[in-house]
Design a protein around this ligand. Structure first.
Ligand SMILES: C[S@@+](CC[C@H](N)C(=O)[O-])C[C@H]1O[C@@H](n2cnc3c(N)ncnc32)[C@H](O)[C@@H]1O
Length: 337
């Protein structure tokens, strides 16, 4: 007699099994480790782990099916990043534990060296852009957003800080120095640090024109060179030029004195890929949540923010992040009123 056995459905278990399968491979665990603080394209990951592109695509597909990685389109390119664990969803605990265990892995030295090469290539693209285009800086800026469009928002957040008389500021990537007169007026000493000699020369001319006696200009790379910290670090439209923005925020947060502030103006996430060629942008803006998460991971506390919508469709986020005082939380002299 032919007995039909009803087929049991294991759908929820299938999901868990996909997660276990995705985690059950040393290369995939190392890919998750590499994506801890960064996002890469499939070709970059194939180079980093020295395997063929189709092999890497397969591994990424398995990770994506398990919900461990997500993609983000940046113009024509697709970047892979870790997907965040959904705490109360099925597999959420395992997902979080897997990422946390992967974080304890030391990436092979060769993979680390190739990640550094990817970052160096990205950084060189950005540096070359500003070296080539300093003469037409303002026109380039105006294609998306010029300082006049976000200046008031940055000043609103800045002026809400109780600044001590002796407070210091550091502007990373001052461009042509248009914001330096505002900083010079509000801080005892200001350092303006740029890795482009051509841009720094524009900033020097601006300081001279305005007779700014308390601004020191420094030719230095904000991420690779040494320089003193400050009570307030200002980063206007610079983060999207950094090779690895989440890591950059960690490094910059170390330059903010305890009890001090980091002010960031940035584009919100957009899909206008022409900005890469026309404005030298490495990243097409950022999600608000990503900035907050990266800042928190850097030991900063998200504070007030302002958003500016532009007529050309771009949106700007201006964000304040506080660095807690070592012992007592944000310092009375540099906290938000
Ligand atoms: C788009 S411009 C922004 C200029 C200005 N802050 C503004 O809002 O108009 C970016 C500036 O960041 C500088 N920059 C990019 N990467 C840098 C780095 N790693 N270290 C220091 N400066 C950097 C560039 O040379 C350029 O002057």
């Amino acid at each position: 007699m032919n007995m039909r056995v009803p087929q049991l459905s294991f759908e929820p278990a299938d999901e868990l099994a996909a997660l276990c399968k995705a985690g059950g491979d040393p290369l995939r665990l190392n890919v998750l480790r590499a994506l801890a603080n960064d996002s890469f394209g499939v070709l970059e990951l194939a180079q980093i782990f020295a395997i063929g592109q189709s092999g890497m695509s397969h591994h990424l597909k398995v990770l994506a099916q398990a919900g461990l990685v997500a993609t983000r389109r940046e113009g024509n390119a697709i970047f892979y990043r870790r997907a965040l664990a959904q705490g109360d969803a099925l597999g959420g605990t395992l997902h979080a534990a897997l990422l946390s265990e992967a974080d304890g892995l030391a990436l092979p030295a060769e993979a680390q060296a190739r990640i550094a090469e990817v970052h160096a290539r990205r950084a060189a693209t950005s540096r070359d852009f500003f070296a080539r285009t300093a003469a037409s800086f303002q026109a380039q800026q105006d294609l998306i957003a010029g300082l006049p469009q976000y200046r008031d928002s940055v000043l609103a957040l800045l002026d809400a800080l109780d600044l001590a008389h002796e407070a210091t500021a550091l502007e990373v990537g001052p461009g042509d120095g248009s914001f330096l007169p505002e900083l010079a007026r509000r801080f005892k000493r200001v350092t303006a640090l740029d890795n482009s000699a051509a841009m720094l020369e524009l900033a020097r001319q601006r300081c001279e024109k305005h007779g700014l006696g308390n601004v020191e200009l420094r030719l230095a790379d904000a991420l690779n060179d040494d320089y003193p910290g400050a009570d307030c670090l200002v980063l206007n439209m610079v983060l999207h030029h950094f090779a690895a923005p989440a890591e950059a925020l960690k490094q910059l947060a170390r330059r903010v004195n305890h009890g001090g502030s980091l002010l960031i103006s940035e584009l919100c996430s957009h899909d206008q890929s022409w900005a890469r060629q026309a404005c030298g942008d490495l990243w097409l803006g950022f999600e608000q949540d990503d900035l907050a998460r990266w800042a928190s991971a850097a030991g900063l506390i998200p504070g007030d923010s302002q958003y500016v919508g532009l007529r050309n469709g771009f949106q700007i986020q201006v964000r304040h992040f506080a660095k807690p005082d070592e012992h007592t939380g944000p310092r009375a002299t540099l906290t938000h009123r």
